[in-house]
Design a protein around this ligand. Structure first.
Ligand SMILES: Cc1cc2nc3c(=O)[nH]c(=O)nc-3n(C[C@H](O)[C@H](O)[C@H](O)COP(=O)(O)O)c2cc1C
Length: 191
């Protein structure tokens, strides 16, 4: 089983990265092969809307640090996306990467019953951390991205969310979320 992890936080001792790490550590113990990309340390641009992936190539035309990560996502069985909430959204680092997922769509994706170049049946794990303790706030983020990822063939998805964590490393005060990351890893890796 191949697990690819995209980390959207820029900071050391990142809360969202810690949730993802608990997942990947558990997955590795169960025999999964994992690869983690720290997006903030990579040089890449968002989608340029050049449409090369719809007219002359089967993949994104941009040859930057994200190219390898996109290929890894395409080959993965499980994709872990971990991001802090910034201004009610995922981080710009993560959004820039997601926009490049446009290259996974076939040219006739609007009418094709199989619109995506990816194999079906991938699994998604989405980790989100926010400073605000109110779970009602920013609860819209996961469903919005899950909608698109379902379309991309990620039929099974799981949310790992920590609210009220602000300082670096504060996630350690949320053992329930970290335990849930282990639990989801066991579920995902054994099915
Ligand atoms: C630029 C910026 C914007 C933020 N915006 C929000 C926000 O809109 N809502 C919120 O609850 N927390 C917000 N936060 C707090 C972070 O979501 C919180 O510190 C989170 O735990 C960071 O996760 P990380 O450690 O993985 O980077 C913001 C922090 C920064 C630096």
């Amino acid at each position: 089983m191949k697990v690819v992890c995209l980390l959207g936080s820029p900071r050391a001792k990142s809360n969202s990265a810690a949730i993802a790490k608990r997942f990947t550590d558990t997955a590795e113990k169960l025999g999964a092969e994992t690869k983690t990309y720290r997006l903030n340390q990579m040089a890449y641009r968002g989608c340029q809307a050049c449409m090369a992936c719809k007219t002359k190539l089967e993949k994104c035309a941009l040859k930057d640090d994200l190219a390898e990560a996109l290929e890894a996502v395409a080959q993965s069985d499980v994709l872990v996306m971990a991001s802090p909430v910034y201004f009610g959204e995922i981080s710009s680092q993560m959004k820039g990467a997601i926009d490049r997922f446009y290259s996974f769509l076939k040219p006739d994706y609007l009418t094709n019953p199989h619109p995506v170049r990816l194999a079906a049946g991938k699994k998604l794990v989405f980790a989100l951390t926010q400073g605000n303790p109110d779970e009602e706030l920013f609860g819209d983020i996961f469903p919005r991205y899950d909608y698109f990822m379902k379309w991309y063939g990620f039929s099974e998805s799981h949310l790992l969310r920590a609210c009220g964590v602000r300082e670096p490393g504060e996630i350690e005060t949320c053992p329930d979320v970290l335990l849930k990351a282990e639990e989801i890893a066991r579920k995902v890796c054994s099915s």
